[in-house]
Design a protein around this ligand. Structure first.
Ligand code: GYE
Length: 322
């Protein structure tokens, strides 16, 4: 009997859990996220999506920093994440250049970096794990293609007012490339002006208001985001210039956020080019793939489309998340 007990005891102890460790609380993955700012409706939707996905419920401890449209703030935030020894750094970079040194520091500290939304232009692409965002050149080409179709019968000059986003940001560089190439390619297309609106509504309003005080001969506004478009529309209203389907100025806008789609449905914006801000779930998935040791593609583009007034209904707009 004694012998039997001595044989069974370890087994019983094991089964009762006696002597084993208390149940483990699952470890949270610590993520440092440097967001570039809060300049637009798109950005607000993007931040919300990231916060929702990188939640404690989903296994993350999120350290979030808003750089307020200043790269120096982003560099400081990333260095702070390195000091704090986070598991992963996520950066939505303001502009493409200026990242080599800080990404090298992250690499030296063995912290992987994921780039979201805009791109970074670094010499050594091994400095980051992957980049996920929009195909900004394709967005621009979709806008240009629609303009070409719309204006194909027109032989008189086409005067384009181009409102640009933050200089040096991928979204600016590639949307600009598409329209500049198109202006070069069409004899009767020309820029009435190229203004910087820094992707904000207030700047968009100011630069267009000042521009309209001197020149009124414009046929097209090509605006690199919706918030600058809203500002431009206000300036056009004040100047008494009619735009949209029944107006004298065609409006092309990027992002397709709720407010823009509503204006498009009302015939005030002629073309909305979608830019999808919902990167949170995709970033979550990529982090999980990385943690599981799976291979990750170096660049990932999201699917996007364009909208014209005839395509839109209130239900369709309401069903969209941004
Ligand atoms: O189009 C604009 C935002 O980088 C895609 O930045 C993003 C752009 C977006 O401020 O609204």
């Amino acid at each position: 009997m004694k012998k039997l007990l001595s044989l069974l005891l370890p087994l019983l102890l094991l089964l009762s859990g006696c002597g084993s460790q208390p149940p483990q609380v699952p470890q949270l993955t610590r993520v440092g996220f440097s967001q570039l700012g809060a300049e637009s409706d798109w950005r607000v939707a993007n931040t919300a999506s990231m916060m929702e996905s990188l939640s404690e419920e989903n296994g993350y401890e999120l350290l979030y920093e808003n750089a307020k449209q200043r790269q120096a703030n982003q560099l400081a935030a990333v260095r702070n994440f390195i000091v704090q020894g986070v598991d992963i750094i996520v950066i939505a970079p303001l502009e493409e250049t200026g990242w080599d040194a800080v990404l090298q520091e992250a690499k030296n500290a063995d912290i992987p970096v994921l780039i979201v939304d805009r791109e970074v232009a670094v010499e050594d692409t091994e400095l980051y794990l992957t980049q996920i965002g929009s195909d900004f050149l394709t967005e621009g080409l979709q806008a240009v293609h629609w303009l070409e179709e719309t204006l194909k019968q027109r032989e008189e000059p086409v005067n384009i007012l181009h409102i640009q986003g933050t200089y040096g940001a991928t979204a600016q560089l590639l949307r600009t490339k598409a329209i500049e190439d198109a202006v070069d390619a069409h004899e009767n297309w020309r820029f009435a002006g190229q203004l910087s609106g820094d992707f904000t509504e207030s700047k968009g309003y100011e630069v267009v208001r000042d521009f309209l005080a001197e020149h009124r001969d414009i046929d097209v506004i090509y605006s690199e985001n919706d918030n600058m478009t809203f500002g431009a529309m206000r300036a056009l209203d004040e100047a008494g210039i009619r735009y949209g389907l029944d107006g004298d100025v065609i409006i092309v806008s990027f992002d397709a956020v709720h407010r823009a789609l509503e204006q498009c449905m009302a015939g005030k914006i002629n073309l909305c080019v979608e830019c999808n801000p919902l990167h949170g779930p995709r970033v979550d998935e990529l982090i999980q793939q990385y943690l599981a040791g799976q291979a990750i593609p170096k660049q990932i583009f999201v699917e996007e489309q364009v909208f014209t007034p005839d395509m839109l209904t209130a239900e369709l707009i309401a069903a969209r998340a941004y």
